[in-house]
Design a protein around this ligand. Structure first.
Ligand SMILES: Cc1cc2nc3c(=O)[nH]c(=O)nc-3n(C[C@H](O)[C@H](O)[C@H](O)COP(=O)(O)OP(=O)(O)OC[C@H]3O[C@@H](n4cnc5c(N)ncnc54)[C@H](O)[C@@H]3O)c2cc1C
Length: 397
């Protein structure tokens, strides 16, 4: 019998496993992939150490986000540029890193192993059942199928996992709250390393945005998201069509990417809804599984790591009788709840602008210059003003 079983070893799961073991629990952790962190389904962007004070001012559990090996940093960026549908740039100074995400995930997993976690790759948890006092996890691995029992389960297995429902919790299903994304890593890209770039416009990324993030040495992460309710019904395009259209035909992006070639392609699903209930009977949800993502921009590594750290500590405390599991929900709300709320409200306001490129252009013109900084930092004060302002212009157009 284990104290804590963690399902999924992305940044959320490994942080949870590490902290649970470090706090004295007997921990087992499962990852279905053959190699932790591979394929990289990520733009690999993280705020620099000093920016956490600005974006998550109440977060205390940021140690894993500021102490990873410096050789994982590929590029130091200094700003964020948001392009309007017509190509007008709005820039904000914001210090970030492009970090080797596969290396980052492996580093977190190595900390978990060092703390004593029984870590198992190529191990898919395909079912979970409550057994009157503990959970039984059903695992499939190359060696065959087997079962493992644990007092507490932490689900950190990404967005919209069927495992959420097996433990009596919701999974995100609303198509407005889920953004399918696709990304290519390109070689031979002549993109400046100063800034990360985001592009808007319904012709290229309906309901979401496209991005070009410099990866150093001529590499770039180029991707985009869409949301299904925003796809024009008559066009019949899939997400790949939008990606190649962006790379080949976007007036600004295609110039920057001329001559570059894709060397890998990945898809994914980013949850952009409000946080889900994250505590159930002897179970906690972490990271994307709980919708812990800044919905305005789709960033989820910091909240997965902080939430995972909290879930690990709280679950160990629960097993030793020191606290209730509900403490987890209170703590993550204290540390990053405001940012998630603000990100979601800003996303709802942006949804109004997403109705047409004309509205987006006008919105950015009137708001972009002055408030880019608050947008990038997902400030609650900004979200309230932005919401009421967007509603008023939407009524006039
Ligand atoms: C293309 C793309 C670009 C992104 N860019 C950024 C960015 O630049 N910056 C940022 O902050 N965020 C970014 N995000 C979001 C970020 O990647 C996620 O928010 C973050 O990875 C969440 O971490 P997690 O640990 O919750 O989940 P994940 O990283 O998704 O990890 C979940 C793990 O669970 C495993 N798993 C799933 N089901 C099972 C099962 N049944 N049994 C065993 N294992 C299982 C999966 O294989 C996976 O390894 C991006 C997302 C995508 C898709």
């Amino acid at each position: 019998m284990f104290d804590v079983a963690v399902v999924g070893l992305g940044p959320g799961g490994s942080s949870a496993a590490y902290y649970a073991a470090k706090s004295g629990a007997k921990v087992v952790a499962f990852e279905k992939r053959r190699e932790i962190g591979i394929p990289i389904q990520c733009g690999e962007y993280l705020p620099r150490e000093h920016m956490f004070k600005e974006i998550l001012p109440s977060a205390k559990h940021i140690d894993l986000l500021v102490s990873y090996p410096r050789e994982l940093i590929r590029v130091k960026t200094r700003g964020v540029v948001l392009y309007s549908p017509k190509g007008k740039p709005y820039r904000d100074s914001f210090d970030g890193y492009i970090v080797d995400r596969a290396g980052f995930d492996k580093w977190l997993a190595s900390l978990a192993v060092g703390a004593g976690v029984d870590l198992r790759i190529e191990s898919t948890v395909y079912s979970i059942r409550w057994m009157d006092g503990f959970y039984r996890l059903y695992v499939s691995s190359p060696a065959g199928k087997y079962e493992v029992d644990s007092k507490v389960v932490i689900l950190a297995c990404g967005a919209s996992s069927p495992l959420n429902e097996m433990v009596g919790l919701d999974k995100e299903e609303d198509p407005y709250n889920l953004s399918p994304v696709i990304q290519v890593q390109m070689a031979g890209a002549d993109v400046p390393e100063e800034d990360i770039e985001m592009y808007t416009g319904n012709e290229y990324c309906p309901g979401a945005y496209a991005w070009i993030f410099p990866r150093g040495d001529g590499f770039a992460n180029v991707g985009l998201g869409i949301r299904k309710p925003y796809l024009p019904k008559d066009k019949g395009w899939g997400i790949r069509d939008y990606l190649w259209h962006f790379i080949r035909n976007h007036p600004i992006a295609s110039e920057k990417l001329r001559g570059a070639k894709p060397i890998s392609i990945v898809g994914g699903l980013v949850p952009v809804g409000p946080p889900l209930k994250s505590v159930g009977r002897n179970v906690l949800l972490v990271g994307d599984a709980a919708n812990h993502v800044l919905a305005s921009v789709g960033a989820g590594i910091p909240t997965a790591v902080i939430g995972g750290s909290l879930a690990g500590k709280v679950s160990a405390g629960y097993v030793s009788g020191d606290n209730e599991l509900t403490l987890y929900e209170r703590l993550w709300r204290e540390e990053f709840g405001d940012a998630l709320d603000a990100g979601y409200k800003i996303r709802q306001a942006i949804d109004v602008l997403n109705r047409s490129d004309k509205l987006m252009e006008k919105g950015l013109e009137l708001f972009g210059e002055q408030h880019m900084s608050d947008f990038v930092r997902a400030k609650l004060s900004m979200s309230i003003r932005f919401m009421s302002w967007v509603s008023s212009i939407a009524r006039t157009l």
